[in-house]
Design a protein around this ligand. Structure first.
Ligand SMILES: [Zn+2]
Ligand SMILES: [Zn+2]
Length: 235
């Protein structure tokens, strides 16, 4: 699998908002991510699936840009957007806010954009590219449904979250962990580097990548990777 870190920043950082592409799957599309995909020379037609973690702007605000960029560039192959319950209506609301004309024209957006929506409850599992994608409930802001994902039993995308039971379990059992490490200290909304380093020490056979990062020094941290925008690995 090819894993490309499109964006690795938090809202405070000057890097692009956090987003990762794994083969033909894009995880999160916050504001600025579509522009970053262009800068990275990634053809939008190479993305068949978009997976959303939660409905904060830095994770899903570019859905209208992605749909319209596909349309205007003549990309009409089937596209699937996966995310928490409420995803389809959130997308209609966003499209109406950005491009609405007072009619219900986006109620038929599936046809217009050749897109399908899959809304997942925690613990749901589906097959993508004949490999399992599992959704896990994580813990972020109050009243925000936050899903973390494990793809192919091998790579985890855990953004945004604080440390919780599912988080610990996934870190223990997944070879490649890509996690929210927003700041130095863990908060009620985010994982901190201090705790992430300890988790990486506990499970030395797994590889830990810190993303959604504020600006902080990573000097002397040896067991966690700090990818920059556009960094790519093959696993
Ligand atoms: Zn968030
Ligand atoms: Zn965020």
């Amino acid at each position: 699998m090819k894993v490309k870190f499109i964006g690795t920043g938090s809202m405070q950082s000057k890097s692009c908002n956090c987003s990762v592409m794994v083969d033909n799957i894009l995880f999160d599309v916050g504001n600025g991510v579509v522009r970053q995909l262009d800068i990275s020379n990634i053809d939008l037609s190479s993305i068949d699936y978009l997976v959303i973690t939660h409905f904060h702007g830095d994770h899903f605000l570019d859905i209208p840009n992605l749909l319209y960029s596909r349309l205007f560039r003549g990309i009409n192959k089937k596209f699937t957007i996966i995310g928490p319950v409420g995803l389809r209506q959130k997308t209609i609301d966003l499209l109406n806010f950005c491009y609405g004309d007072g009619t219900n024209k986006f109620n038929t957006m599936e046809e217009k954009f050749n897109v399908t929506f899959v809304e997942l409850n925690p613990d749901a599992e589906l097959l993508i590219n004949e490999k399992p994608l599992k959704a896990y409930k994580l813990q972020h802001a109050n009243n925000v449904e936050e899903l973390g994902y494990v793809y192919d039993n091998k790579i985890a995308y855990l953004v945004d979250t604080t440390i919780c039971d599912n988080y610990n379990e996934i870190c223990k059992n997944t070879e490649y962990v890509i996690s929210d490490v927003t700041d130095l200290e863990t908060s009620v909304m985010h994982v901190g580097l201090n705790d992430y380093v300890k988790i990486a020490e506990t499970y030395p056979n797994n590889k830990f990548y810190a993303t959604h990062r504020n600006i902080y020094s990573t000097e002397n941290v040896k067991n966690v990777y700090f990818p920059s925008d556009n960094y790519e690995i093959n696993i």
